[in-house]
Design a protein around this ligand. Structure first.
Ligand SMILES: Nc1nc2c(c(=O)[nH]1)N[C@H]1C(S)=C(S)[C@@H](COP(=O)(O)O)O[C@H]1N2
Ligand SMILES: [Mo]
Length: 233
């Protein structure tokens, strides 16, 4: 749970307000595509002004470019891994939970100017899934799809194989809630949070990077957080 001077701030405060905000982002080409967004920018998008009243931008904001997203039934949820692989996979939540779990605790940062410090996130390394599926020659990128039917993301294969890129099952010591993109979301720890696709449903190994939802509007595919770029990038 994020805290603001010790007082927990539920992300629920933002539910319903920022969903609309995200739609406004999609519709507002004038919106600053800089790394240095501020809370001021955010409150422009927030018709209630709630975010503008907060003394400190602590806590997650709810984001979805899709208006309504049906909840996944944990019993029937499946994550597919396909494309240029030797063994396409279709994994249940139980399958994912049975694999080696990795825990990462880092700051989560959105380009809109909010961040949450030191959030524990747990799940399966994307690299382990790629190894299990067997990546074929000629593959160079990974494309992610979401069961909201709209959002997509991409990584280069090299980025996807990093140890700090997870197919996440838990955040803040709990299973990932629907509003946080559960039951399964991507977590790309070294990059801005837009890379961390919510409601993950498909992982496809492909020949070249296909820009994701935001990237088609100009945001970089390589969304390294300050200080996280690999030395040879
Ligand atoms: N499917 C999906 N994933 C998404 C988004 C989205 O709109 N749809 N928004 C991205 C952005 S810009 C951010 S900041 C985070 C927000 O995650 P949260 O709602 O858990 O705070 O999810 C990212 N992943
Ligand atoms: Mo974001």
């Amino acid at each position: 749970m994020a805290t603001d001077g010790g007082r927990p701030i539920g992300r629920r405060v933002f539910l319903g307000t920022l969903g609309l905000g995200a739609a406004a982002i999609a519709a507002a080409p004038t919106l600053q595509k800089t790394w240095s967004g501020t809370l001021g920018d955010l409150s422009q998008l927030d018709p209630t002004g709630v975010s503008g009243l907060l003394p400190n931008p602590g806590g997650f904001r709810y984001f979805s470019v899709a208006g309504h997203v049906d909840k996944a039934d944990p019993a029937t949820y499946r994550l597919t891994v396909g494309g240029l692989v030797d063994h396409p996979l279709e994994l249940s939540l139980a399958d994912l939970r049975a694999m080696r779990q990795t825990r990462i605790t880092r700051d989560i940062v959105c380009t809109d100017g909010w961040s949450v410090e030191q959030v524990p996130v747990e799940g399966v390394r994307l690299a382990d899934l790629l190894d299990a599926a067997g990546v074929q020659q000629g593959a160079a990128a990974v494309r992610f799809s979401c069961f909201d039917g709209v959002y997509t993301e991409s990584l280069t294969l090299e980025q996807a194989r990093r140890r700090d890129v997870l197919v996440a099952l838990r955040m803040e010591e709990k299973p990932i809630s629907h509003n946080s993109g559960g039951p399964v979301r991507l977590y790309v720890a070294p990059m801005y949070f837009y890379k961390s696709a919510k409601w993950l449903s498909g992982i496809e190994v492909v020949e070249k990077v296909e820009p994701g939802y935001w990237e088609q509007t100009g945001w970089p595919v390589d969304a390294w957080l300050p200080g996280q770029e690999p030395a040879d990038a």
